[in-house]
Design a protein around this ligand. Structure first.
Ligand code: NDP
Ligand code: 2IT
Length: 451
C-alpha cells in the first residue's frame, strides 16, 4: 500500500519513464516504505524532495563501436546513470549483459543510492553498463570493447565525480582494460577512478570476496536475532558468478552446507555440499558453464544438473536462500515452495532478485528477509575502502579489510532493525533499509538546497 500523498509522485514516475518496469518496481517499493516517514516528518514532502530523489541527476547514453576478431564492426550501447551525488561522488558498478537497457540501469542506480547511504560511507549512487555480451568473446575482443567504452566514458567520470566498478559481466579483467584506457586517455594515474582493481595496481584486498561475504555476515546477524547460526544449515545460492562463489566460501566457513548453485542454463544439486574448488575451476578459471561441474573429479555422488525451465533452483529444500544472480529470479511461486520447505532466512546477494509478490509471501510467513540494498552492500562498502586506500596511497591487510567489512555489515543490519522498530514494523528489514537509506540521502539533499 502506498500513502495517498505519495501516490501522485509514483504516478508521475510511471508516466515520465514509460517502458521501464524494473525502475517502476524499485521506486514503488521505496515509496511504499515512506508513508510512515512523512507521517512523522511531513517536511520531507517539501521542495519536491522525493520527486528529485526519483529523478537521476544525469543520464548518459552513447555508441560503443568496436571491431571483432573477424574484422566486423560491432555496435553496442553504453550507459551511465548518475543518480544522486548528495552524499559523495556517484558510485556503482558497470553491467555488461545483453538485457541491459536504460530502465535496468536506472533501477540499479536508484537502488544504489539508498544502498550506498546505508553503508555510512561518503558515496552517492550511480550505475552503468552496456548491452555487450561478453560470453564467447575472446580476451582481445573484450579489451577492444572496454577501450571503446572508456573512450567515451572517461569524460564523465573521475575520482571526485563518479567511480564505476564491476557488476554482472564485469570483473577484474574488464576493470583492468577500462583502467588502462582511462590512464592512457587522461595521462593520470588516478587509482581511485575505478574500484575492483587487481591488487598489484591499487586494488583492495577482500573486494573480490566482499559482496558474498557481506551477505553471509548480514544473514548471520539476522539468524542471531533468533538464537540461530549457519552451523549445520542447508543453503541454496543461485548464480555462480562473483557474488555466488564468495557466498559459498563464507557459508562453508560458518559451518553451513551449500547444496545448489546455478547459472542461466540451469542448476547443479550436490547434497554432499558444493565443492568450492570445482566451482572456482569451472567459473573463475575456465569461464565455463555450471553443468561442467559434474564433469570434474570431486563432485559428490548423486550430484546432478537440472536444465533451466525444467525446474527452479528454489525447489531444492533449504534453510537459507541466497539469490545471487539477477533481478526478479525468485518469484511468488518460488517463495511459496521455499516456505513449504521450511526456509528460515533469505538474503539477497543480487539486486532486486525477489519479485514483490515473493517478498510479501516470505515476510508474511515470518521468514527473515534481507533486501539487496542492505544485504549486498558489502561490495560497494569495500569499494569505498578501496577508494580510501587509494587516497592515502595505502594498502591494508586482508584481515583488517575483512574486519572493517564485517563491522559495516553488522552496523547496516542493526540500523535496518532499529529503524524498523522505530517506525513500528519490527523485523521488517525492507522497511528499515528503505527508510534509513532515504533519511540519510534526504537530509543531505535538504542541506544542499534545491539543486
Ligand atoms: P557475475 O557476472 O559474476 O555472475 C552473474 C551470475 O548470475 C552468473 O551465474 C549468471 O549466469 C547469472 N545470471 C546473470 N544474468 C542472468 C539472467 N538474466 N538469468 C539467469 N541467470 C543470470 O555477476 P555478479 O556475481 O557480480 O552479480 C550477481 C548479482 O549481484 C547481480 O544482481 C549484481 O547486480 C549483484 N551485485 C553484485 C555486486 C558485486 O560486487 N559484483 C555487488 C552487489 C550486488 P550466466 O553466466 O549463465 O549468465
Ligand atoms: O550493485 C553493486 O553494489 C555493485 N555492483 C558494486 C558497486 C561498487 O561500486 O562496488
Amino acid at each position: 500500500m502506498i500513502d495517498e500523498k505519495l501516490q501522485p509522485i509514483l504516478e508521475q514516475v510511471l508516466q515520465r519513464n514509460p517502458g521501464e518496469p524494473e525502475f517502476h518496481q524499485a521506486v514503488r517499493e521505496v515509496l511504499e516504505s515512506l508513508g510512515r516517514v512523512i507521517a512523522k516528518n511531513p517536511a520531507y514532502l517539501e521542495q519536491a524532495l522525493i520527486e528529485r530523489i526519483c529523478e537521476p541527476e544525469r543520464q548518459i547514453i552513447f555508441r560503443v563501436p568496436w571491431i571483432d576478431d573477424k574484422g566486423h564492426v560491432q555496435i553496442n550501447r553504453g550507459f551511465r546513470v548518475q543518480f544522486n551525488s548528495a552524499l559523495g561522488p556517484y558510485k556503482g558498478g558497470l553491467r555488461f549483459h545483453p538485457t541491459v537497457n536504460v530502465g535496468i540501469i536506472k533501477f540499479l542506480g536508484f537502488e544504489q543510492t539508498f544502498k550506498n547511504a546505508l553503508t555510512g560511507m561518503p558515496i552517492g549512487g550511480g550505475k552503468g553498463g552496456s548491452d555487450f555480451n561478453p560470453r564467447d568473446r575472446s580476451d582481445a575482443e573484450v579489451m577492444r570493447f572496454c577501450q571503446s567504452l572508456m573512450t567515451e566514458l572517461h569524460r564523465h567520470i573521475g575520482e571526485e565525480t563518479d567511480v564505476p566498478a564491476g557488476d554482472i559481466g564485469v570483473g577484474g579483467r574488464e576493470i583492468g582494460y577500462l583502467f588502462g584506457q582511462y590512464k592512457r586517455l587522461t595521462n593520470r594515474y588516478e587509482a581511485g577512478v575505478l574500484t575492483g582493481k587487481a591488487l598489484f595496481y591499487g586494488g583492495s584486498r577482500a573486494r573480490t570476496e566482499a559482496t558474498g561475504y557481506g551477505n553471509t555476515y548480514f544473514i548471520q546477524a539476522m539468524l542471531a536475532t533468533r538464537g540461530q547460526s549457519f552451523d549445520g544449515k542447508k543453503v541454496v545460492v543461485s548464480g555462480s558468478g562473483n557474488v555466488a562463489i564468495y557466498s559459498v566460501e563464507k557459508v562453508q566457513a560458518f559451518g553451513g552446507k551449500v547444496v545448489a548453485v546455478s547459472d542461466s542454463s540451469g542448476y547443479v544439486v550436490d547434497q554432499s555440499g558444493i565443492n568450492l574448488e570445482l566451482l572456482k575451476e569451472v567459473k573463475e578459471f575456465r569461464r565455463g558453464r555450471i553443468a561442467e561441474y559434474l564433469d570434474l573429479k570431486g563432485a559428490g555422488s548423486g550430484a546432478h544438473f537440472v536444465k533451466a525451465g525444467v525446474g527452479s533452483i528454489w525447489d531444492v529444500p533449504c534453510d537459507v536462500g541466497m539469490p545471487s544472480a539477477t533481478q526478479n529470479e525468485l518469484t511468488g511461486k518460488d517463495a511459496k515452495t521455499l516456505v513449504t520447505n521450511g526456509v528460515i532466512a533469505v538474503g539477497e546477494g543480487a539486486n532486486m532478485p525477489s519479485t514483490p509478490e515473493a517478498i510479501r509471501i516470505l515476510q508474511e510467513a515470518g521468514v527473515l528477509f534481507a533486501p539487496g540494498k542492505a544485504a549486498n552492500a558489502g561490495g560497494v562498502a569495500t569499494s569505498a575502502l578501496e577508494m580510501q586506500q587509494n587516497a592515502s596511497r595505502d594498502s591494508w591487510s586482508f584481515d583488517k579489510t575483512e574486519a572493517r567489512l564485517a563491522e559495516i555489515m553488522r552496523t547496516i543490519h542493526d540500523t535496518c532493525a532499529s529503524t524498523a522498530d522505530e517506525y513500528g514494523a519490527p523485523g521488517d528489514y525492507v522497511l528499515g533499509a528503505n527508510i534509513a537509506g532515504f533519511v540519510r540521502v534526504a537530509e543531505a539533499m535538504r542541506a544542499l538546497g534545491v539543486i
